[in-house]
Structure formats: C-alpha cells, structure tokens
Design a protein around this ligand. Structure first.
Ligand SMILES: [Zn+2]
Length: 158
C-alpha cells in the first residue's frame, strides 16, 4: 500500500501496522517543579495568581496566559475541592468488564480557577455528583516521587 493511495471511502479506515520507537525526557518546567516538590514534600498543592486578571492557577503557571505577566508568588491552596465533572469507566482497554468501575473526575481546587484530573477513591459511583466536596489522598511521604502518581486520588471530605 502506497501513501499516495486515494481514499475513496471515509468509513473504511486505511492503515498499516508497525511500531514507532519514541524516546523522550519530559520536564515539569519551573512552575511544575515547584508544584510537584510541594506534593512530594508537604502533601499540598501550590498555585500562582495573577492579580490583574483575577485568576488563580492550579497547577501553577510561570506566566499568566491572558496577560503574560510573570507569576512567581506561589501560594498553598490546600488539597480540597469539588467535583466539576466526571466520567465512569466500566470497561477495561480490552473491552472486558471492570470488577470495580473507576471514576475519573475534574476536581476544581477550592478558591482557585484550576484543578486536577484524577481518580475518585472511596466514593461509590452511584453516589458521585457534580459539586461533591473531595479531598486529595496522597501516598505515604516515603513512597512519593514528585509526580502525579503521588496522589492516589480524591476521596470524600469527612
Ligand atoms: Zn494576567
């Protein structure tokens, strides 16, 4: 099959199988480094704020994406928030049924304009609701590596 082959039907995908080796190093950047260091060492979330635009960024940004102001005041915004939206996964990647459905949510961090997408843990999928308050659950400090995986998920606020 040549790459110049004309596709005559949009309902039959043209493809060939193969592998593309990809090697990369992903850096968090200045603001991401501060954010994940706080997650690892303190079990909390940091934000940056643009006073001119009245926006509090979580995860923090080094520059405001509206006015391009440099942002270098990092504030601790804690670990509670609320479910802004969510989806529930009942199937595994191979199509088989999951033993326990997983809930993936966008959690808006309290008092900020940002948030994180992560799993909800310890909340029954039939009870989840938009606006539900949640709190981040972290791995024990000794097991944290400074990554998103240091967060087990978001659980109910007691
Ligand atoms: Zn701004």
């Amino acid at each position: 099959m040549a790459i110049t082959e004309k596709i005559t039907s949009t309902t039959v995908p043209t493809f060939w199988e193969g592998e593309i080796p990809v090697r990369y190093v992903y850096t968090y950047g200045i603001a991401g480094e501060r954010f994940f260091r706080a997650v690892k060492e303190k079990g909390t979330f940091l934000a940056t704020r643009c006073e001119d635009c009245d926006i509090t960024f979580v995860p923090p940004k080094a520059f405001c994406d509206r006015c391009f102001e440099k942002l270098d005041d990092y504030i601790d915004v804690g670990t509670t928030g609320y479910v802004e939206t969510f989806t529930i996964s009942f199937r595994n990647m191979d199509g088989s049924e999951k033993r326990h459905p997983r809930i993936l949510a966008m959690v808006r961090i309290e008092g900020t304009d940002g948030g994180l997408i992560h799993y909800l843990e310890g909340i029954d999928w039939e009870e989840i609701a938009i606006g539900m308050p949640v709190r981040a659950v972290f791995k024990p400090k000794a097991q944290r590596k400074g990554s998103i995986e240091d967060i087990v998920g978001f659980g109910p606020v007691e």
